[in-house]
Structure formats: C-alpha cells, structure tokens
Write a protein that binds this ligand. Structure first.
Ligand code: ADP
Ligand code: MG
Length: 603
C-alpha cells in the first residue's frame, strides 16, 4: 500500500560500521596487550576474565535472553576440565582430541538434563541444575580415579606445532580468541531466525507456538549451547592451571557465574565480559579486605555477591551493559533484501471447497461453560464474522480452533483432516494463522523482527548456520517477505521501530502482518480494527478483501458493526457461549434475537 522507505533504512544501516569499529578496537587491544609491558599479574587476571566470560555469555543467552535459570554451569565447566585432564594424563591423549570428547560428554548430559526438565515449567530447571551441580561435584570429589579432593595433577600443555600455549603469554591468545569467537557467534545467533525464536522464549511462548515454532526445541538448544561454552572454558582452564580439583566446579561457582551474567547485563553477550571482569576484580579485593575487616578467615565474598545480586536485580535489572551501550548506537540491519527471491507459497484451495469444519466444540473453565457445543463451517474464499457481546466466548472459540486451548469436547477438521488434538504449532504448520485479542508480541524486537517470526517455518537455517553467518540468503528472503506483508498493511515506515513503542492499533496491524507472513490459508483475526481510526479501518477492510481475492479465507471477531456488515459473507452470532444464529449480514441485522442479545434484554 505504502512504498518502502529505503533512504531511512539505509541511513540506519550506516551506523553498523561504528559498532564494528569498536569491536575491532577491542580485538586489536586483545592482540596487542600481551606485547606491551603489562605486568604478568594483569595478564593472568585477563586470562581468568576470558575464561569466566565464556561461561557467563552462555548464561546471558540462557538466563538473560531465554529466561531459563541455571545454577549448574560450573558442573559443565568441570566436565570439560576433568575430561581433558583425565584423558591427557591417564590415557595420554592430545588435548585437541579431548576437546571434542569433553564437548560430546557435555552435550549428552545437557541433552538428558534438558530433556527431562525443560518441558516442565517454573522452577524445575534451576532446581535440577543445583542438584546436578552438587551430584557431579560430589562424584569428582569421591572418585579414586579422578584423584578425589586432590584432583588430577600434571596436566600437559596445549601445543600447536611448535607453539606451546603455556609458554609466556601464549595462552592469553587462546583464551581470548575463544572468548571473542564465541561472543561473535552468539551475537550472530541472536540476529537470526533461530535467535528470534530464542528471544521469544522469554515471555512469548504462546505466540511463538502459534507461529509454528517449537519452543521446547529452542529451549534445549540454548541449554546445550550454554553448556558447551562452559565446557570449552573448562578445557582451557585445565590446561591453563595444569591441574584440576573439584572446588572450582561446585555450586558456589555456579552462583558466581550467574552473578557475572546478571551484573554484566542479562540482555547482551558483550555484557558477559564486563560481568566477568567486575566479579573477578572485586572478588580479589574482597578476599583480602573482608577477612581483615571481620577478623576471621572465610569466603565472605560470596555473601557480598549475594547481596550485590539482589541489588542489581532490583535497581538495574538490565545489568551494567545498558550504561555502556548507551554510547554505542544500536545497529539496524542494512536493507539488503530488496531483490531476494520470494518465498514459496502453499497451494490455496479452490473457492467454495470445504475448509474448516467446527463440530460441537466445547470449553469448560471449572463450572463456567465458555463455549457450549458450537458448530459452524467455513468454505474457501469466505469472510465469516463471529460476533456477540463481551464474554460470549468468541476468543475462546479462536483458541479452540487454533489449538491454543485444549477442547473439553467436540472436533475440528481442516481441509478434510482431523486437527482436534493437534497443538497450536502443528495447526499453524497446516496453514491456519491468527492474531490475538490481547496483542502478543516481543516489545523489545523491531516490528520487522516480530513479523519475521511469522515466517519461521518457511526457511530452514538453524542455530549452527546462524553462528557462522551462513544463513544470510535465508534471512534476506525472510525479511523481504516480512517487509512485503508490512507494506501491505501500510506499516513499512515503522519497520525498524521497537514493537513496544507502537500505538495499540498499530500493534494489532503488526500482528496481522505477522500472521500473513506464515502464508496462511485461513486467517483468524480477533478484533483487528480495535484502536484504529476511521481511515485506517477503511484501509484494513480493503486489505482483507484483497486477501479474500487471493484465496485466503477469514474468520473475523469484531465489535465495529459497520466494519463487519460491509465485509463479511456470513456471520455467526454467539451469546453466553452458545451459538445464537448464523446468517448473512442482512439476516443477522434483521434478527430480533440478535438485537436483544446486544441490548442485554430478555427474549
Ligand atoms: P469474548 O471473546 O466473546 O469476549 P471470551 O472467549 O474471552 O469472550 O470469554 C468467554 C468466557 O470465558 C468469559 O466469561 C471469560 O471470563 C471466560 N474465560 C475466558 N478465558 C478464561 C480462562 N482462561 N479461564 C477462565 N475463564 C475464562
Ligand atoms: Mg474476545
């Protein structure tokens, strides 16, 4: 409807080099630092910070971004460290061979732990990770072959050809190389199809599933990725220290890693470096200061960190990073997708074909019958209205058809297939999409990214390809489609805005674009015109008619009667959960029963 605004997009895209420059400076410093006359003490500190940052950035992804808390990352560090320490001393294997073995062990245990706990909601994961960390630490400390409390001594150095990574400051490069590479990979991941799904795990699960995204699968993925980063840190740690023992892999360290992630900034991968540095440097000071103050020896710093954690969560829940990133403009991806190939569309049914058959669906909430054996059908190429007073059960009917809620009884068929028992994600896959009466979106993502969530199933690139930036062709196709759908509803100019900053009416339009991005055959819109001005409503009606002409069928809940009467082919009227009548707009308007229902009088 409204042409794209490439100039504005390009101007925003131009900011990217500044951020790249800052990152470049960071890398340059890391390369030069060991060459400068910096005291060994500080190089060693930097090594620890790099090792901790590796673990902390996994937690940023897991806890900060996906909203899943783990106290057990230290256990995965332990697996990486003990695997290489044991294999290189007892079996004489090369550290380079032990790394993949340690990662495989970590992956297997993370998969098992994730598989069991991530389906369950709430506190199971944190509790399970605490138990896991305690159990593994106990095992390390009691196994004869792992050296019990003394651990394993004489771990050999890592070498690469003639380079000995224990000599001089060589290990610094290895640690910081790994940490920076991991940070880049994670930053790439977050700016990708898989990354948007991961970001939606925190507060957007129902919406993501309705867009066809398997949230469970992405939860397991982030849990495994975070565990693998911890294991890499453990591998480096073992060869850096040349010895391992159980104490750095206990629950105390599990908590400290979490503190680093939280202090650094739960929303940014780069915050992990800040968090690791702050915790490491303050901890060293406290270890000297606190016993002197208190007059007794002990690990009092953990108490201080506990208090700091509570304060940060209360007063700076985004951590330290926002204070830094204020000076670094947020990049917008340059609009490079204008000529990307269009995504494939699914075949549309012929007009008049049976499409949706809702057969006596019922929903009870305790004693309340919200939907009382309601039946209706939609044929391909129809716009059907679903109207009724507030509380009539319209939105619940939507939730039953789209699988967001389980049905108490009844059946739903779509294109001849029984979809009654399918989950919302499986129904989305078959070509039914929807919007929500109460907008469900990711307020911290741009409009374009929110809409791209709808196209998730139409491209394939996963997390690994995203980390290596091999997903750009898919991304361009996806973003072209997202922009195309935004253009259709007249929102291209707002595509780079944060969705949370939009007016409510615009957020509803954005949801329509997102639903269209799924390439639906049937679209369910729950009060799409609410909050729109008159002209916007007219434009929306035009878009919906255009969709019908393209073979998309619509089921529409709407309170604006002019809008409904002018647009729909047929109307189903509900009252108190029950279907009152069904007919053409003219028949419905003429019905005394419908008038009575809306006026609230007895009939
Ligand atoms: P409508 O969309 O027609 O306004 P709804 O489908 O939202 O109506 O609600 C129908 C009835 O079901 C209302 O009485 C509402 O309070 C109730 N209801 C809806 N969702 C729930 C729920 N999750 N738990 C309990 N009651 C609900
Ligand atoms: Mg409703």
């Amino acid at each position: 409807m409204i042409p794209a605004a490439p100039a504005a997009a390009a101007a925003r895209g131009a900011r990217v080099p500044l951020r790249t420059a800052i990152f470049g400076a960071f890398v340059a410093l890391a390369i030069v630092a060991p060459q400068l006359p910096v005291p060994d003490f500080w190089i060693t500190q930097a090594n620890y910070i790099g090792l901790y940052a590796l673990v902390a950035m996994g937690l940023v992804l897991l806890t900060g971004i996906a909203g899943l808390t783990s106290f057990g990352q230290a256990a995965f560090v332990g697996i990486g460290a003990y695997a290489t320490a044991y294999l290189s001393t007892a079996a004489g294997l090369s550290p380079w061979l032990n790394l993949p073995i340690g990662l495989a062990l970590t992956c297997a245990s993370a998969l098992l732990l994730g598989w069991i706990t991530l389906r369950m909601s709430g506190h199971y994961l944190p509790l399970a990770t605490i138990a896991w960390c305690l159990a593994l630490n106990y095992t390390m400390a009691n196994m004869e072959w792992l050296g019990k409390f003394d651990g394993i001594l004489g771990v050999p150095p890592i070498t690469l050809g003639a380079i000995d990574f224990t000599e001089g400051r060589n290990i610094f490069y290895l640690i910081w190389g790994a940490a920076l590479a991991a940070a880049v990979a994670l930053a790439n991941l977050l700016d990708s199809r898989a990354g948007r799904a991961i970001r939606a795990l925190n507060g957007g699960v129902v919406m993501a599933e309705a867009m066809g995204i398997s949230t469970f699968r992405y939860k397991v993925q982030v849990f495994v990725i975070a565990a693998l980063l911890a294991a890499v840190s453990g591998w480096l740690f073992a060869h850096f220290q040349r010895t391992v023992n159980p104490s750095p892999f206990g629950i105390r360290w599990g908590i400290e890693y979490l503190v680093m992630a939280v202090i650094g900034g739960v929303g940014s991968v780069w915050g992990a470096f800040a968090g690791a540095a702050v915790v490491k440097l303050i901890e060293d000071q406290l270890q000297v200061l606190l016993p002197a103050l208190i007059g007794a020896a002990g690990n009092f710093e953990i108490v201080v960190f506990g208090i700091a954690l509570v304060l940060v969560l209360k007063y700076a829940p985004q951590g330290l990073w926002p204070f830094v990133s204020r000076w670094v403009p947020t990049p917008h991806r340059a609009r490079d997708w204008a000529d990307a190939p269009l995504l494939a569309e699914r075949p549309r049914p012929a007009p008049g074909d049976a499409l949706l058959d809702v057969d006596a669906v019922r929903k009870e909430f305790g004693g309340l019958v919200a939907v009382n054996d309601v039946s209706f059908a939609i044929r391909a190429g129809e716009i059907v209205g679903l109207i009724g007073p507030n509380g009539a059960g319209k939105s619940t009917t939507f939730n039953l058809v789209t699988g967001v809620l389980a049905k108490t009884a009844g059946a739903v068929r779509f294109r001849g297939e029984d979809i009654t028992a399918l989950r919302s994600r499986e129904i989305a896959l078959r070509g039914i999409s929807r919007t929500f009466q109460h907008v469900k979106m990711m307020p911290g993502m741009t409009v374009l990214e929110n809409v791209a969530l709808g196209g998730h199933l139409r491209v394939r690139s996963g997390a690994a390809r995203a980390m290596l930036r091999l997903d750009r062709a898919d991304e361009r196709r996806l973003f072209r489609e997202a922009e195309r759908q935004l253009a259709r509803i007249g929102m291209v100019e707002q595509m780079h805005e944060l969705a949370g900053n939009l007016a409510l009416g615009r957020q509803r339009l954005m949801e329509i674009a997102r639903a269209l991005c799924t390439d639906p055959v049937l679209l369910l819109l729950d009060e799409p015109a609410a909050g729109l001005r008159h002209l916007e409503k007219r434009a929306l009606a035009g878009v919906l008619r255009q969709l019908r002409a393209e073979g998309v069928s619509l089921l529409l809940v709407e309170h604006d009667m002019d809008f409904v009467m002018n647009l729909t082919d047929r109307i189903v009227v509900m009252e108190f959960g029950t279907k009152l009548m069904e007919g053409t707009p003219a028949e419905v308007q003429a019905s005394p029963a419908v008038r009575a229902a809306y006026l609230g009088t007895e009939h």
